[in-house]
Design a protein around this ligand. Structure first.
Ligand code: ATP
Ligand code: MG
Length: 254
């Protein structure tokens, strides 16, 4: 049965999508069956995998709110074993749609994903930078979360709020929710502030911090514009080598 992993951090631009897509791609390369669920109306994970149409039919919105079956919404990608449940711009209306639901509005995503759990080893949810009802749905559906972080001062401030939300989700909605790990997504060890922030994060999370830190690497930022994960765009670059190593570590831990 698939482990469901939410890539979650309400702070924007910390590498959630990049980590979700590239880690998933390497896991699939290593023989795992992985489904990426794009839970962000920006649809960045969707376009990172080659689907550039922001008004895509049979997207996650149709699955959540229009009764489309999970399987009818899933797409293949250029990587064998890697599937995508795409997002589209209409997901921007999801908070309102969820707000209208009277009962169990926190469990809508979980109920829908359960139908696909036997078909995958991992289901990765790429969350939007918010702590709204959609994000709560991700925390309810997930077995665990991965928190992508950039080592800057504000990273620490946002983290307290993030951890509080996780605590509340655990208490009220999903008691077995785990923190699988923290991944440093654009780490520059030559930068003193980055080293200091990393030391704080190590203190807070101990061995939950993945040993593989992803370096800043422009190739990682270029790949999505070609609709490709880094393994298909430039598998020799430093970012690719790091995500490959992170996938090995991930398989050992989770
Ligand atoms: P949002 O909160 O908007 O969903 P996000 O947390 O998903 O953002 P990304 O979109 O993955 O963050 O990354 C933000 C930007 O940083 C993107 O342009 C991405 O290509 C770039 N980026 C991510 N990781 C790296 C890296 N290691 N080196 C260089 N650029 C990176
Ligand atoms: Mg994103």
């Amino acid at each position: 049965m698939a482990k469901i992993v939410a890539f979650s951090n309400q702070k924007g631009g910390v590498g959630k999508t990049t980590a979700c897509v590239n880690l998933a791609a390497y896991l699939a390369e290593k023989g795992k069956r992985v489904l990426i669920v794009d839970l962000d109306s920006q649809a960045n994970a969707t376009s990172s995998l080659g689907y550039f149409d922001k008004k895509l039919q049979n997207s996650i919105f149709s699955m959540l709110f229009e009764g489309a079956p999970l399987k009818s919404c899933i797409r293949n990608t250029d990587i064998k074993g890697l599937s995508l449940l795409p997002s589209s711009s209409d997901l921007a209306g999801a908070e309102i749609e969820l707000g209208r639901i009277e009962r169990n509005r926190e469990y809508v995503l979980k109920a829908r994903l359960d139908a696909g759990r036997d078909d995958y080893d991992y289901i990765f949810i790429d969350c939007a930078p918010s702590l709204g009802l959609l994000a709560v749905n991700a925390l309810t559906a997930a077995n665990g979360i991965v928190i992508p972080l950039v080592c800057e001062y504000f990273a620490l401030e946002g983290l307290a709020q993030m951890l509080n939300t996780v605590r509340l989700a655990k208490k009220h909605l999903n008691p077995s929710l785990e923190i699988y790990g923290v991944v440093l997504t654009a780490y520059d060890g030559r930068n003193r502030l980055a080293r200091e922030v990393k030391a704080e994060i190590d203190k807070l999370f101990g061995d939950k911090v993945f040993k593989t830190a992803i370096p800043k690497n422009v190739r990682l930022a270029e790949a999505p514009s070609y609709g490709k994960p880094i393994v298909l765009y430039d598998k020799k670059c430093a970012g690719a080598v790091a995500y490959d190593a992170l996938a090995e570590e991930f398989i050992q831990k989770i």
